[in-house]
Design a protein around this ligand. Structure first.
Ligand code: GDP
Ligand code: ZN
Length: 341
């Protein structure tokens, strides 16, 4: 049976739980969000639990927190064997992003995170402005950021890159590592204490999976996957979104967390291309994407040289990257995973 202390449960949470308690409920931590229900780790084992109607309505009215991976919740195991989530305990930190297409709605992608590894490749130019923004967002989330510069083995001058990054990192530690040679990986262990919850944020290809694989060692399959039998006894495998490393730290790895870097790029467009956005206001169509639309002021400006064509190309590249992600996100929310009990 899981010992909740290993998942970060402590006296302060116990206090909050006692204060919130409704009869017959037990605390647990959300390990997978299946959209309709959750996989929750409780002291009595893992259960699939869905929010009560009451909680759903309170969430809709904005009067209760919507459960997210990493949240501590109070669950009740009903006599029927079903389990329900009654509510979410106060969060110590949260990683969130804006829901695409809406301006104000916030979506929490991970809760109760202690350490955010901001991962970037040490090869070429590290984007210091972007890293600065990510550091600010990380501190605001309530978690502590740690900068990890990967691929040190491919970097001609790692010392210089390290110094440049330390120059803007403030209190956040900066580590240069190589997943290939193993250089610097031991130093990361100090941030992976038992019971601490970590996430890795950074663009695709920088080496986040490689790091997690290193941490998991050969136990990857066992630890990161959930195997469940459905009513017909068929086994299905899904990925655990919160899992424990052999050393006892907890990792939250979800598509939402992985894409944070690119959601942040959306803000990056506004910051980096204010001139393009200004010209776009005079496009004929408000939702012009500056590809084939008639009356596109941006394409025209690029054609006449009023907008540097190279700058236009850079803008389109970033916009295309974002569009691809939004598409993936939309597809994912259409097909929500199977519901079983
Ligand atoms: P992710 O998209 O951030 O999860 O990145 P991956 O972990 O999938 O790594 C992307 C590619 O970079 C893979 O081909 C890795 O083998 C390679 N890679 C990751 N870390 C390192 C590193 O430290 N050094 C070198 N040379 N290659 C690395
Ligand atoms: Zn246009």
């Amino acid at each position: 049976m899981p010992d909740l202390a290993h998942y970060g449960w402590d006296e302060e949470l116990a206090e909050a739980f006692r204060a919130s308690k409704s009869t017959g409920t037990a605390p647990g931590r959300i390990a997978v969000d299946y959209a309709q229900d959750f996989l929750v780790i409780t002291g009595g084992g893992e259960v699939r639990a869905e929010p009560t109607g009451r909680l759903r309505r309170a969430v809709q009215r904005g009067e209760a927190l919507k459960p997210a991976v990493g949240d501590w919740v109070s669950v009740e195991i009903l006599q029927s064997g079903r389990s329900v989530v009654h509510g979410v305990l106060p969060r110590r930190s949260k990683l969130s992003r804006k829901v695409p297409g809406r301006t104000t709605e916030e979506q929490v992608v991970a809760a109760n995170v202690d350490v955010i590894f901001l991962v970037a490749a040490a090869t070429g130019d590290v984007n210091l402005r972007r890293l600065e923004r990510n550091l600010t967002l990380a501190w605001e989330s309530g978690a502590a950021p740690v900068v990890v510069l990967t691929k040190a083995d491919l970097c001609p001058d790692p010392v210089q890159v390290g110094e440049a990054v330390r120059g803007i990192a403030g209190k956040a530690p900066v580590h240069l590592v190589s997943n290939k040679t193993g250089h610097g990986l031991d130093d990361l262990q100090q941030h992976l204490a038992p019971g601490r919850t970590v996430v890795l944020v950074g663009s695709s290809g920088v080496g986040k999976s490689s790091l997690v694989n290193r941490w998991l060692g050969t136990e990857r399959q066992v630890i990161a996957e959930v195997r469940e039998a459905d009513q017909k006894g068929r086994h299905t495998t899904t990925h655990r979104e919160l899992f424990m490393l052999p050393g006892g730290a907890l990792v939250i790895d979800t598509p939402g967390v992985r894409e944070l870097a690119l959601w942040e790029a959306e803000q990056g467009i506004a910051d980096t291309f204010p001139d393009v956005l200004e010209i776009a206001r005079t496009c004929r169509f408000r939702d012009c994407v500056h590809e084939q639309e008639p009356g596109c002021a941006v394409r025209e400006a690029a054609a006449t040289g009023a907008l540097d064509p190279e700058r236009f190309a850079a803008y389109r590249k970033l916009a295309a990257e974002l569009a691809a992600i939004e598409k993936k996100q939309a597809e994912r929310s259409r097909k929500s995973p199977p519901r079983r009990r």
